[in-house]
Design a protein around this ligand. Structure first.
Ligand code: ADP
Length: 278
């Protein structure tokens, strides 16, 4: 399956994004709320057990102790259930809080507008820096092969944000590789006014249907703790700010290539697609 994407339709409006956030947070919040409710109930029941044990300590006649012993055996059974339910609820609360923390952290980056100043930067350095940052992540399973055009003159861009976009793409490339693989990162001059950066992996690739969704905020196929689905939405926003384009070609089982094209000299940050900046 090959797919080339035109993403002008892809960036969500503020309304869609907010609805997405509400929906996304609602689910883990429910886990926390239900978990806490169950924990409260369990705590009450635990108090009953404790009261019973206190009572047995005060028993004196053998008759009474025997009678209690029977009840206690039954209670032990309930006690096991209570332990299981408590452990499950604690897991739910942990899942919920981890997920919410992830979403909030992702949104922080999403909403980061600290860098609006256009600076001159060496594109290859920006790329190299993203690769260095990710070394601990990829070194065990992927080889990163660089093909950087040394003739590219410094470009005018938002270097921190461009770096963030590349980190997101290279991190995804690494995640797409299950066992051992290669990530190719290439920079070149597209034409007199534009530079091109491509990130190619020979990981698991994507179906055409999936490619259509990957730039949507919160679309993820990764398990909790591994992804928020905000990476590519953020990346898209950053390239949009640069008046650039990002396209993707992917084939299931073969790999994926993202290609970014940005102007060599960004004059004015494009704020049109960014609701919070507009
Ligand atoms: P996240 O990485 O948090 O899931 P992203 O927005 O960065 O969020 O990516 C969304 C989804 O797109 C990923 O969960 C993954 O399924 C898919 N994806 C992104 N990049 C690649 C890639 N290079 N190869 C295969 N799938 C990818």
């Amino acid at each position: 399956t090959q797919a080339l994407l035109l993403q002008s339709e892809k960036m969500s409006s503020l309304g869609q994004l907010t609805a997405g956030i509400a929906h996304e947070i609602n689910n883990p919040v429910n886990f926390v709320a239900n978990g806490v409710n169950t924990l409260k109930d369990n705590f009450k029941q635990l108090n009953v057990f404790i009261e019973n044990y206190k009572r047995i300590c005060e028993l004196e006649s053998l008759e009474e102790i025997k009678k209690y012993y029977k009840i206690q055996r039954e209670d032990d059974h309930h006690f096991n259930d209570l332990q299981t339910s408590t452990n499950e609820s604690l897991d739910d609360v942990e899942y919920g809080t981890t997920r919410i923390t992830e979403i909030v952290n992702g949104l922080r980056v999403f909403a980061r507008h600290d860098e609006v100043e256009i600076k001159e930067a060496d594109l290859n350095e920006v790329v190299e820096n993203a690769i260095v940052i990710l070394k601990p992540k990829y070194k065990k399973k992927a080889k990163v092969l660089k093909d950087l055009d040394a003739n590219i003159k410094p470009i005018k861009c938002l270097p921190g944000q461009l770096n963030q976009a590349l980190v997101n793409l290279i991190a995804n490339a690494c995640d797409a590789i299950d066992f051992k693989g290669t990530i190719n990162v290439k920079t070149e001059e597209q034409d007199d006014d534009h530079v091109k950066i491509s990130i190619r992996d020979n990981g698991k690739g994507m179906s055409e249907d999936m490619v259509k969704k990957i730039f949507d905020p919160f679309f993820t196929t990764k398990e909790v703790g591994k992804g928020t689905g905000l990476g590519l939405a953020i990346t898209y926003g950053i390239i949009e700010k640069h008046n650039g384009t990002i396209t993707v070609e992917s084939e299931e089982g073969k790999g994926t290539e993202f290609v970014i094209t940005i102007p060599k000299k960004l004059r004015k940050v494009n704020k049109s697609m960014d609701p919070a900046l507009a």
